[in-house]
Write a protein that binds this ligand. Structure first.
Ligand SMILES: NC(=O)c1ccc[n+]([C@@H]2O[C@H](COP(=O)([O-])OP(=O)(O)OC[C@H]3O[C@@H](n4cnc5c(N)ncnc54)[C@H](OP(=O)(O)O)[C@@H]3O)[C@@H](O)[C@H]2O)c1
Length: 260
């Protein structure tokens, strides 16, 4: 996917200052590519932007908190046009899967669900007004959820619930947005080695590097998948756990199916 071999010359990414978002930006960076990168930490965002410019991309950097609706809309509208928005910014309790405090529960939903929508909804408005490209698509949204969306994770209730809501909303909206020449993709990765998973002290099956997760994400979008989910064995295990009768999860180790 690197080298501009895709129909998205104008891409915006939230959470581009770290982990998967930075890897996505780098994977896309190439001559002819415009990248609108957003994050909160200006130094780490600048580091991603500099690396992307070194690969030949045109880059803008904007810092704001995705839970603030007005700057998120202003950022999207300020791009002037987008082929792809990747709503990637997300958060977890950062406790290694042991608990979520009341403040963390509120924050996790605000960032992972409302924060994602704060960028996605203005992007859909922007894209509706754009002419369709050669592929008949006016614009695409990739919402980064998680495989945790498919399990009521005992170690991360708000995280898994926020990701489930984002994944459901994205797939349901895609079904109707297609009629308008818009596509939405729910990105559902398994465990990725990033600062988010660094505190985890429990086994993370098939933990992947951020570069590989970025490659699979972009590949899934290019293939037009409504649900981009990987790795498949972790997905199968998550679906199996998700299919257990309610209450059975309490018999599993508390960290099983935790955040990531
Ligand atoms: N790592 C995994 O195993 C895994 C698995 C599945 C899904 N995911 C999802 O992938 C996405 C990226 O996660 P990651 O693993 O790359 O984590 P990360 O390294 O912690 O990066 C999170 C990114 O989101 C940004 N962010 C967090 N809260 C924000 C807010 N309120 N406003 C604006 N930006 C905010 C951060 O910006 P600053 O650093 O500038 O504050 C950072 O760029 C998340 O949605 C996560 O839930 C991760």
């Amino acid at each position: 996917m690197q080298g501009g071999n895709h129909p998205w010359p104008r891409v915006a990414i939230t959470g581009a200052s770290s982990g998967l978002g930075a890897a996505l930006a780098l994977a896309l960076a190439a001559p002819g590519q415009t990248l609108h990168l957003a994050g909160r930490d200006p130094a780490r965002l600048a580091a991603t932007a500099t690396a992307c410019r070194a690969r030949g991309a045109e880059v803008t950097e904007t810092t704001f908190d995705v839970t603030d609706r007005a700057p998120a809309r202003a950022w999207v509208e300020g791009t002037g046009g987008l082929d792809l928005l990747i709503a990637n910014a997300g958060t977890s309790a950062g406790t290694g899967g042991t608990s979520e405090s009341a403040d963390q529960v509120a924050r996790i939903f605000a960032v992972n669900l409302t924060g994602a929508l704060n960028a996605i909804l203005p992007a859909l408005d922007l894209m509706r007004a754009q002419p369709p490209g050669a592929d008949g698509i006016r614009g695409r949204i990739a919402a980064v959820a998680s495989i945790a969306a498919f399990v009521a994770s005992p170690g991360a209730p708000a995280y898994s619930a926020s990701k489930a809501a984002l994944q459901r909303w994205t797939e349901a909206t895609d079904a109707t947005a297609r009629r308008e020449g818009l596509r939405l993709h729910a990105i559902c990765p398994g465990f990725i080695r990033t600062p988010m998973t660094a505190p985890n002290r429990f086994p993370m099956p098939l933990l992947m590097e951020a570069e590989e997760a970025a490659r699979l994400t972009l590949q899934g979008i290019a293939r037009g998948r409504a649900r981009v989910v990987f790795p498949r064995p972790v997905y199968a295990a998550a679906r199996l756990m998700g299919a257990l009768p309610a209450g059975w999860l309490s018999r599993l180790p508390s960290k099983a199916g935790s955040r990531g």
